[in-house]
Design a protein around this ligand. Structure first.
Ligand SMILES: Cc1ncc(COP(=O)(O)O)c(C=O)c1O
Length: 465
């Protein structure tokens, strides 16, 4: 570390030795009190030579002007935020201003992931607390806390935590007695878990189209698909956008259908001032690692019904009679969440609003950086709904070219889901689909993480202008 430092009046030869001393490729310049007062990168050095400076010439103040610095103890995320396409080396100083370390981040060579869980001290402390309590299976204080906390956050009476979001849908279907011979209407644009859970429950999925504008299940198409076998609708608040819940609940009421809201991608989203997950007979969430909040793997079913809550809990635990242990009245499952997962979930729940506002900011930053390229149409917002940014979404006629450029530059990219009806394994359940097919071809998710370098993405995509 010491060798990469030199004094403010060192010769360029000494500066070069300092640059070469450490992989940072940077000389850290000190004043007479050994305090950091500037940096000279290898690029700065080349520019000094081009200006006509010689190796025996001394540095002058103007050779090491503005620089970005971090403080000892700063978090990794804060260090990352200080870097960008041009600023790659950040010196770290102590309280007295002395150099103690440095941080290098090369956005050109580093992979930018599509999503990353936001894990910090509270998650770790909770996890260790659950671990050292030895309550590492599906009993323990964090399970109750997480169920109560998350259901209260959504404005629903009960929360039943599960091992993932797929089994949460299956559990809800079973608890609502939906099975053989029953039809369940689902949207064409969703992750396959929605349809898999219906098939797993031995019910028949009926795939209908989504709205072109909001991308969620079309109430008009639901109406057309109803038969005397229809038992339920699973609206999916896809990509953080709330479905048109007034229209869907009105149809359900008219035809006496159950509603299970698949809210896996929309924690915190609202429709007319009420959180998604609070409208249907039951709703389900996923806490997979790329979701808005995570428990690693995990899920939850929410309901306001006392009776359904009881039934969900019995079925989640092998169908075991609650009064008479090891007596089983019906066939159930082991769909329980562990106390370890819930411990992480409790910490995540504390910061859900921060995560949501950070994701909103990331979406805004993309818009600011990329709008004038004219390549993207962003996800719509509606005055009576609060959409959440799970992953930043955009549509583009040039999606595949954009994808190619991003991937080539190690920037993660995700195409929208394929329409369920396009996949041979599900196509026999197809009822209607035009918009889903269109959206699936144009839609993409962009990295929704702190270390996105908007300027670099702009530079990369400018080639398509
Ligand atoms: C719409 C939707 N439903 C259900 C699920 C299933 O959740 P999990 O992956 O936790 O099983 C997901 C998650 O990817 C999803 O996006």
């Amino acid at each position: 570390m010491k060798d990469s430092t030199c004094l403010y009046n060192a010769s360029l030869r000494e500066v070069l030795e300092a640059i070469n001393a450490e992989p940072a490729g940077t000389a850290f310049i000190k004043d007479d009190d050994e305090k950091l007062c500037g940096i000279v990168t290898d690029g700065d050095f080349r520019r000094l030579l081009l200006k006509g400076k010689g190796l025996e010439d001394a540095l002058s103040k103007s050779d090491f002007g503005d620089y970005v610095v971090a403080n000892q103890g700063d978090r990794f995320e804060d260090l990352l935020k200080k870097t960008n396409f041009k600023i790659r080396t950040i010196p770290i100083i102590d309280d007295q201003g002395h150099l103690v370390d440095y941080f290098i981040y090369n956005h050109k060579t580093r992979f930018t992931p599509i999503a990353e869980p936001s894990l910090a001290n509270e998650e770790f402390n909770n996890l260790m607390d659950a671990y050292s309590s030895t309550w590492i299976s599906s009993r323990g204080k964090y399970i109750d806390q997480f169920e109560e906390g998350f259901s209260a956050y959504c404005g629903v009476k009960y929360g039943v935590a599960t091992s993932n979001g797929t089994v949460a849908i299956h559990l809800a279907l079973k608890a609502l007695d939906i099975g053989e011979g029953d039809e369940v209407i689902i949207p064409d644009l969703t992750f396959a878990a929605t349809i898999n859970a219906v098939i797993l429950a031995n019910a028949t999925p009926v795939i209908v189209d989504v709205n072109e504008e909001d991308w969620t299940i079309s109430p008009e198409e639901i109406k057309k698909a109803i038969t005397d076998k229809t038992k339920a609708i699973i609206p999916v608040h896809v990509y953080g956008q709330a479905c048109d819940m007034d229209a869907i609940m009105a149809i359900a009421k008219e035809h006496n259908l159950k509603v299970i809201e698949d809210s896996a991608e929309a924690h915190g989203a609202e429709y007319k001032g009420k959180k998604v997950g609070s409208f249907g007979d039951a709703s389900t969430f996923s806490f997979f690692a790329n979701k808005i909040i995570t428990t690693g793997e995990g899920g939850m079913v929410l309901t306001n019904s006392d009776q359904l809550n009881e039934r969900l809990r019995v079925l989640r635990d092998h169908g075991m009679n609650k009064e008479k242990r090891y007596w089983h009245d019906e066939v159930g499952f082991n769909y329980r969440m562990t106390n370890l997962q819930a411990a992480i979930g409790c910490a995540q729940l504390h910061k859900i609003e921060d995560i949501l506002s950070n994701h909103n900011k990331i979406e805004e930053d993309y818009k600011t950086a990329l709008d004038d390229l004219g390549l993207f149409k962003w996800q719509k917002t509606y005055s009576d709904r609060k959409k959440v940014v799970w992953l930043v979404c955009a549509l583009s006629e040039r999606r595949d070219e954009i994808a190619e450029l991003l991937i080539k530059n190690k920037i993660d990219y995700r195409p929208f889901f394929y329409p369920l009806s396009d996949m041979p394994v599900y196509s026999k359940y197809h009822f209607s689909s035009t918009n889903a097919k269109k959206l699936s071809k144009l839609g993409m998710n962009l990295p929704t993480v702190d270390q996105v370098d908007y300027q670099r993405i702009r530079d990369i995509l400018s080639e398509l202008k």
